[in-house]
Design a protein around this ligand. Sequence first.
Ligand SMILES: [Mg+2]
Length: 328
Amino acid sequence: MKIAQLGEFGFISRLRRQCPPGPGVRLGIGDDCAALEIPPGELLLTTTDLLLEQVHFRREWTDWHRLGRKSVAVNVSDIAAMGGTPRYLFLALALPADLEVTALDAFIDGFLAAAADYGASLAGGDTCRSPGPLLISVTAEGSVPAGELVGRSGARPGDAIYVSGTLGDSALALRQLLAGEAPEAFLAERHHNPSARTGLGRALAAARLATAMVDLSDGLVADLGHLLTASGVGGRVATASLPLSPAFRAALAAEPALLELALAGGEDYELLFTVPPERAAELPPLAAQLGLALTRVGELTSGPGLVLVDAQRQERTPGRGGFDHFAG
Ligand SMILES: [Mg+2]
């Protein structure tokens, strides 16, 4: 069955049956607005992201379940970057009439499974027919205790720069897909099914350990650049210290230029955060507790700008890194 046969109201009533109101949802899908609670003393966090067919994903490379999961993770990642707890999701879809209902069902299954993983519930949305590509717009809301909010502007010269996980895996998978190659399973999973680091973001905020934080969606150079600008500081990053997966290292050994993907490839969905040097000893126990690598990659300076230092201690200033949608 095509989506045109199911119709908008058919789709919404099916969706409503699939997701009973979650915790804190006074009114969810089906009224004019959602009416939602956040804990007393907490700030509401709201973020939104678009996923557009041919720009962010291609139907032939993805499966619908993983696309549903990813559309949640990329939004929840921004809540994590503020130190928040994800709570509510809104989903707006512009659906091509020829879309198969089985595809949409698999997408919704993945979306709801990821929402459950992050403790968030679908609280509303909208659908319409698209005359062209499939468009997925997700809004995520979360909350953070007012005194624990972590922004981009609190970093100070001397703070150490850390990143979680490994860098460049998703960008390497995308590069292989674009070249018509099939990435190995680990890399493909990092690209199609990223994990938002909500446990880490919350732990750093609750311990008041991070002075500033950002999630890595556009690549380390671009996202660290945003943090440096917001904080009015500079930074030095040692490229030899970037955390790389075994799969990435294997590719890098054959093609050293691939290091750019770890610096500026994008879609890592790891957290980059800054920590006062006297509190650096708290990071290894946190990494062990979370089962997630936390790697020191550099430090902040009085600036301005970002300097990359390679293994031979050669310094360079990166160009405008990262993925810029309007750069063409
Ligand atoms: Mg972000």
